[in-house]
Design a protein around this ligand. Structure first.
Ligand code: FDA
Length: 406
């Protein structure tokens, strides 16, 4: 049902549509469905060979398609108010109703995160079925070469011919995972039409360590703590921590990575749900002859406890520590300074922070304030959600907002 519309139908002639959407990802497909349902003639173009590739790989293949606890507070943007209108008008409940209409089984994993029971393929199938029902045409393997503003709208030169559209919606995503088709197209197009583009950087991404910091911990790769708290300034996230060959990852690190910049101080609470000082004092009474490193190995993964004792805390039999020393040690383990040198970058990042400045867009329609008929939606816009289904909810909500307006 998708793939060769322009050539087959028009054989080199000019194609005229009401709405041209560039990018058949989450935001672009939702926008196309909404506009198609309103009777608009919609064409979606994507340079990748199939639509929804990121949806397919999301949530470990099960697509964490929304979050029950979505509020604007879980989004980063230079304008924290921008996302409010779209998020309020298309909510997680609305998307869940669509998922239920298509009889897709889902479950809440934790913290309001909703995943498919089976496969993210079902979400792509659902979106494509909705597109078909709304007479939306989708052209894949079709790159855009040039975009020009005309009196009637836009002329878009593609690898398969020229398309004319009254409205042009840019839903080309961010820079994360270039191997999946990510490009800077949306940012370049925004600049072409004099939109400001805020500096981009990788978000929801593992952090790297370097030099002696990496040497100290690299052999712990694969070791995980089920709960740790990562802190940068006043922002903190409590979730899993994972040591990797090049640094640290896990949900607590992915979340904090969106708030961390090179040079920022990162601190970890290695046991946020237990007062470590009090626990050590109790352990001293119970096991006075035991060495600290062995005692700590009951609280933290054993090899991490050993390493922290070797590098930082020292280790003696418990009876040799005074209360104040154990409390001080507890305080240090609740506030472990770990020096990150950078991030793994766009190669592994789930999202791109920054992007098309929301100052130039209407928050209710996503339309450009500079060029009537031009819209930006989804990840290309400077709105980035936390880990946990928030980014898809922004894609659905911003896609819906534009789809109602185009
Ligand atoms: P998206 O990237 O989905 O789509 C953009 C489309 O534009 C692509 O199809 C691309 O090929 C196309 N395109 C780009 N340049 C083009 C050009 N020049 N010409 C034509 N087409 C072009 N979020 C979440 O909420 N829950 C989750 O479970 C996950 N999981 C996840 C896992 C992984 C590994 C990644 C990388 C990301 C996630 N995310 C996520 C984030 C989520 O995938 C992301 O926020 C949305 O896909 C953004 O939707 P968009 O439609 O804006 O871009």
């Amino acid at each position: 049902m998708y793939g060769c519309f322009i050539r087959r139908t028009y054989d080199g002639d000019r194609v005229k549509v009401d709405v041209l959407v560039v990018g058949a990802g989450a935001a672009g497909l939702m926008c196309a469905i909404t506009a198609g349902q309103r009777g608009r003639r919609v064409l979606v173009l994507d340079h990748a060979n199939k639509p929804g590739k990121k949806i397919l790989m999301s949530g470990g293949g099960r697509c964490n398609f929304t979050n029950l606890g979505v509020t604007p507070a879980q989004y980063l943007s230079a304008n924290p108010h921008f996302a409010k209108s779209a998020l309020a008008r298309y909510t997680p409940t609305d998307f869940i109703a669509l998922v239920e209409k298509h009889r897709i089984a889902y479950h809440e994993k934790e913290l309001g995160q909703l995943f498919c029971d089976e496969s993210s393929k079902l979400i792509v199938r659902m979106l494509l079925d909705e597109c078909a029902a709304a007479n939306v045409l989708i052209e894949t393997s079709c790159a855009v070469a040039k975009v020009r503003k005309t009196d009637e709208g836009f002329s878009v030169l593609t690898a398969k011919g020229e398309v004319h559209a009254q409205s042009l919606v840019i839903a080309s995503g961010g820079l994360s995972i270039p191997s999946m088709g990510a490009t800077g197209f949306g940012y370049e197009l925004a600049r072409q039409f004099d939109h400001n583009v805020l500096a981009t950087r990788a978000g929801l991404v593992p952090l790297t360590l370097s030099g002696k910091h990496q040497e100290h911990y690299q052999d712990l790769a694969g070791m995980a703590l089920p709960i740790a708290e990562a802190r940068v300034g006043k922002r903190s996230f409590r979730a899993g921590l994972l040591f990797t060959h090049r640094g640290i990852s896990g949900p607590s690190i992915l979340q904090i990575s969106s708030y961390w910049q090179p040079g920022d101080e990162l601190r970890m609470d290695l046991s946020p749900e237990q007062d470590i000082g009090d626990w050590l004092v109790a352990q001293r009474a119970a096991r006075p002859a035991a060495e600290l490193r062995n005692v700590l190995g009951d609280l933290l993964p054993k090899r991490l406890a050993q390493r922290l004792c070797e590098l930082w805390l020292g280790s003696k039999p418990m009876r040799q520590y005074r209360d104040a020393e154990l409390q001080d040690m507890g305080a240090r383990l609740h506030d472990w300074p770990i020096v990150a040198s950078g991030t793994e970058g766009y190669r592994t990042a789930e999202v791109t922070l920054g992007g098309v400045d929301t100052d130039g867009l209407s928050s209710s329609t996503m339309q450009s304030k500079l060029i009537p008929g031009l819209y930006f939606i989804g990840e290309v816009v400077d709105v980035t959600g936390w880990l946990g289904g928030y980014n898809f909810q922004w894609a659905w909500a911003s896609g819906r907002a534009a789809g109602e307006a185009v």
